[in-house]
Design a protein around this ligand. Structure first.
Ligand code: GCW
Length: 646
């Protein structure tokens, strides 16, 4: 059993009249478009014409929708694009959008993708909404839910999905073997019938298990041949397959470093093997030393991705995309933007966000991440040697800055087999939002929130107002009661949930804040670890000094005394006390806004979200008190406002 997400109910026959003008009537994509138009409730009785055109401005995936008299027309260059146009048309009808002028939409990001961290044994790494619905008991599952999922993703504008965890467990190695390949094909066909390319994660060390090869050295002829044969086999069985996502030399995963080869040599070996079939290799940059000694003051985990990859610019095959996490460390509530986005003019790059809220409340706290993602994407990274005047992160990851055809935006997904898919009902706004944002980044966070609310709960002004307020307050609130000023990592190491200010101190993970009685933070400017020097000017100079570093990142870049006065005029310590009190208050306000909606949203959804808010109210107070007490005990500086500190 699963609930309907934002995609409307279907009925057997909605009496819509759909005519096809020029598309291949046998195409499964077209058939699926017609099926949506003739079964979705909201477009009952409408007259819709699908028109094949030949327009350069629409590209491979764009479409134009217009209304002439009573007839709605969806125009596109091919069956894939007309399917996207169809979903958008249905949503526009439900959103009461105007058709006074033709609506032309062309996706801005070439790849718009979700990465599942699903394991074959049904578990999900960092999954907060039940177990996998793609795998069960070491087998692939394809059922009604999978079909609904493919439709839902297409209706939010996604065009790619990686089905299995980047940490490839043993069972998943068989996804590229005879045992599962037919099912892999079925799943890939299902996704591609909705315009979504299916990808898988692979185990870089796979050929080691073949006694004839026993190596994974990317320059070894036997290894090269092994992968060539494997790719030929996969594509002979799964012609619609998109390619592989690879986590190598990271957190214990094998990789080219074992053989003294570079990341480019590793990626290129796979890329050459898959190239004849049009496949791509997405190579993750999450490479760092995860066995650090906290006494070592030189090594800085934040530097790692740039240090390993920046010198490889231009070395990667043209069917490789390097996938970079938004920040230099790991999906914290606040981090600077990774400097790698500004550093590699001759390399395809894509953005990796995380909507699984590993460090942002684990889908028990509401945390609408789209405002954060928008901030990251619109950040001017001053990309070096830009070929266009767009030097923002968005420009780089959509291919505009350097003219790359391969580029994109993805997120680690937040779905599971929970009845409501995402654990917290409101977390589905992130799932919808990321797809929309990648398709049309100029949409505001409020517009995206509003679309999701109307498509999910209908057109009630009070619901729209209150839920928009909740969503828009949620990420700033989370940041306020979390670790302060860009510090991050004050969580329990075992599950990354709940406050534990020293949880990661003295560990091997390289994520230290080094708080003592006088100061907190790691100096990351040129006199410190040098991390700030990885940025291009003027960012490099901006992050060099505390005075010019934005407040929200002050402690990410600098080690500062608690009495340091921020731009806001407050001391660091008073900022900590104030924001933590504010954050917990914000949660109470959000909860009250939800309570106001009783009877206006479905009862079961009301109850589920109410329960989550009960927890969030209590847990945010816990965050407030643990963090504030920690700093009070360290500093013995009282709160100016005299509030209780323990
Ligand atoms: O944030 C960390 C997670 C790991 C994850 C890793 C990664 C899949 O805690 O669970 O492994 O990032 O991104 O590879």
């Amino acid at each position: 059993m699963y609930s309907r997400l934002w995609l409307d109910e279907t009925i057997d026959n909605n009496n819509a009249v759909v005519t096809n003008n020029g598309f291949d009537a046998d195409s499964v994509l077209l058939k699926n478009a017609v099926k949506e138009l003739t079964t979705i409730n909201a477009v009952s009785g409408l007259n819709i014409s699908l028109v094949k055109c030949d327009r350069e401005d629409l590209g491979k995936e764009g479409f134009e929708i217009e209304k002439n008299g009573d007839v709605y027309t969806v125009k596109a260059n091919n069956e894939n694009a007309v399917l996207f146009g169809t979903f958008r048309f249905i949503n526009m009808i439900r959103l009461n959008k105007s058709f006074d002028a033709p609506v032309k939409e062309v996706p801005v990001s070439p790849l718009r993708m979700l990465n599942h961290w699903d394991n074959m044994d049904n578990s999900i790494e960092r999954g907060y909404s039940g177990e996998s619905f793609l795998f069960k008991d070491n087998d692939i599952v394809i059922d009604d839910r999978t079909v609904y999922y493919a439709r839902v993703l297409a209706s939010a504008g996604y065009n790619g999905v990686v089905i299995n965890n980047v940490n490839v467990k043993q069972a998943a190695c068989d996804l590229i073997n005879e045992r599962f390949i037919d099912k892999v094909n079925k799943l890939s066909e299902l996704f591609s019938s909705y315009g979504i390319k299916m990808f898988m994660s692979l185990n870089y060390a796979s050929p080691i298990d073949d006694p004839e090869v026993s190596s994974a050295d990317p320059l070894d002829e036997k290894v090269i041949k092994w992968w060539e044969k494997k790719m030929a086999y996969i594509y002979s069985k799964v012609p619609t397959f998109g390619g592989f996502l690879v986590k190598a030399d990271s957190e214990g995963r094998p990789g080219p470093f074992t053989y003294d080869r570079t990341q480019a040599e590793g990626a290129n070996m796979l890329a050459r093997a898959i190239k004849p079939y049009g496949g791509i290799i997405i190579w993750r940059c999450f490479v760092y030393n995860c066995r650090q000694d906290w006494r070592d003051l030189k090594t800085d985990r934040a530097r790692a991705a740039y240090d390993y990859f920046n010198t490889l610019d231009g070395d990667f095959e043209d069917n490789v995309i390097i996938q970079i996490k938004n920040g230099p460390v790991d999906f914290q509530v606040r981090e600077p933007v990774s400097p790698l986005f500004g550093a590699m003019p001759h390399t395809n790059e894509m953005m990796e966000f995380q909507i699984a809220q590993e460090y942002t409340g684990q889908q028990r706290h509401v945390c609408f991440l789209i405002p954060w993602f928008k901030e990251v994407l619109s950040f001017d990274i001053h990309a070096k040697d830009a070929k266009s005047d767009d030097t923002t992160v968005l420009g780089v990851v959509t291919g505009k800055t350097y003219g790359n055809a391969l580029a994109g935006i993805c997120a680690v997904t937040n779905t599971g087999n929970d009845y409501n898919w995402t654990g917290h009902d409101l977390a589905a706004a992130n799932l919808y939002g990321l797809g929309r944002l990648a398709f049309e980044p100029s949409l505001s966070s409020e517009e995206i929130a509003r679309e999701w609310i109307v498509l999910t709960y209908g057109n009630n002004e009070k619901v729209i107002d209150n839920v928009t307020k909740i969503l828009m307050m949620s990420w700033p609130a989370y940041e306020k009661y979390n670790a302060p000023l860009g510090i991050g990592w004050m969580v329990h190491p075992e599950d990354h949930y709940g406050p534990d200010p020293d949880g990661y101190e003295y560990s091997v993970w390289g994520t230290y804040h080094k708080a003592d009685h006088f100061a907190i933070g790691v100096e990351r400017n040129s006199t410190g670890t040098g991390y700030s020097t990885q940025y291009n000017e003027p960012l490099k100079s901006m992050y060099e000094k505390p005075e010019t570093t934005p407040d929200e990142l002050k402690l990410f870049f600098h080690r500062l005394p608690y009495t340091y006065v921020l731009k806001s005029g407050k001391t660091v310590i008073q900022h900590i006390y104030d924001t933590h009190y504010e954050g917990a208050e914000d949660v109470k306000k959000m909860s009250a806004l939800w309570q106001d909606l009783k009877g206006l949203v479905p009862d079961d959804a009301f109850e589920r979200v109410t329960k989550r808010f009960e927890h969030q109210v209590e847990h945010s107070e816990r965050w407030r008190d643990v963090i504030n007490s920690y700093f009070y005990r360290k500093t013995l500086i009282p709160d100016e406002k005299g509030r209780p500190l323990y």
